[in-house]
Structure formats: C-alpha cells, structure tokens
Design a protein around this ligand. Structure first.
Ligand SMILES: [Zn+2]
Length: 216
C-alpha cells in the first residue's frame, strides 16, 4: 500500500493499493466506472449496491470508498465541510480529465461548504508522461481547458505527443484554488513499475489497483 505524502486534515485511512496487497484488504466494489464525470454519494454503513459514476464521496466514518485504476489517475480528497469530515475519490483518465471530473469534485466540496484552499488532495500512481503516447485529438481536446499549458504535451520517441495526465489534473486543481502545500501525490508510473503496479497499456486486461479513503 502506498500512502499520500501529506498530513490528513482529520483522522482517516487512505492509500493506493499495489500488486502486493491481499484482496481482503481492498474496498468493496461500489462503482461501475464509465470514463465520465458523474459523482455519487456512497450509501451508508452496511449498504451495498453498485452505482454508475467515476467519483464517490462520503461524510460517514467507517465507509470505505474507492476507485479501480490501471493507468488512469486515482484522486483522493479530504477536507472539512462546516467542521465535519468529508472525503471523495475520483477516477480520471484523459476523457474524464477533459470532461472535468476533478473540477466537479472540487466544486462539490465547495458547494457543500468546504474551503477549496483547505482541501487535502493526492493523485495516485498512473501512466506518466514517459509512457502516455496519445493521438493529436487528445491534445486538441485537453488544450481547450483554461488550465492547459504547453509543457503538458511533449513529443515522444515516435514523434507522437505524450500527455502529462497527472500534470494536467494538477494544473486544473491549482487553477481552481487547491493549495500545492496540501498535495500528497504519489508520482509513480504504472507502466514503468511492473513489479508493483498493474497497467492496462502494458497488457494487464483485468487487474486493477485501488485508490481509496475511509474517514476514521
Ligand atoms: Zn513510464
């Protein structure tokens, strides 16, 4: 298990699982992820059921929420809303990033009464710019975002662009007022770290790691 490199704002458990974690330690499956930007509230303690969304949030202690990823970016968020713990986890591939799922997660926190600059946040292991070759249409879509900057795309060895997906998400977050001092991202590349992490692009078709959080 990899842990965000930042002090949490209230007692909680959180992390990014790896190939080395036993399945029994992983969260209950609650989401059917569709590369969109929908967010849902987790059902209460003891409730089950799967909802179609790419983000999930809770204010209930003991409810473990998470997303499954194998190259996409898991995003953990924790902050106080009117003095009470609030936590969310998002799944962001390039489609979700372009569609604004991180923006929607931050907006939700703010709409419920949270102060954006006080939100603690962490991007988990994902495909990094070293390996994320994309088509020009992906860059064209991402470039429309107001937080875009040119260094988020660099020409790769085959002459095609490589997108810095976590960098793009980070730029969106900071653009919306997140504090860099409350960021605890774990910047490992899923493709590079074959011993530790699953990667769809490297050929893992079914296995996933989790980004998860539980208010403690
Ligand atoms: Zn890499």
């Amino acid at each position: 298990m990899l842990t965000p490199q930042v002090t949490p704002p209230f007692p909680l458990h959180w992390g990014f699982s790896t190939k080395l974690d036993p399945p029994a330690d992983l969260p209950l499956l609650r989401l059917s992820q569709v590369h969109g930007c929908g967010l849902v509230e987790a059902p209460g303690l003891g409730s089950q059921g799967i909802q179609e969304a790419d983000g999930i949030w809770t204010t209930t202690a003991g409810v473990c929420i998470g997303v499954r990823v194998a190259d996409c970016v898991p995003i953990l968020m924790a902050g106080l809303v009117v003095g009470k713990p609030w936590a969310a986890v998002l799944h962001a591939g390039w489609r979700g990033a372009v569609a604004g799922i991180f923006r929607r997660g931050i907006d939700l926190f703010q709409a419920q009464g949270g102060e954006v600059e006080m939100l603690t946040w962490a991007l988990g292991p994902s495909i990094q710019q070293c390996h994320f070759e994309v088509g020009e249409e992906v860059i064209d879509a991402a470039r429309l975002d107001p937080a875009w900057h040119p260094s988020l795309s660099a020409a790769g060895p085959r002459g095609r662009p490589h997108l810095d997906l976590p960098g793009f998400l980070r730029a969106q977050g900071v653009h919306l007022g997140l504090s860099p001092s409350r960021e605890g991202s774990v910047n490992l590349c899923t493709v590079c770290q074959e011993q530790l992490l699953w990667s769809f692009r490297r050929g893992d078709r079914f296995e996933r790691q989790w980004g998860w959080i539980e208010i403690g």
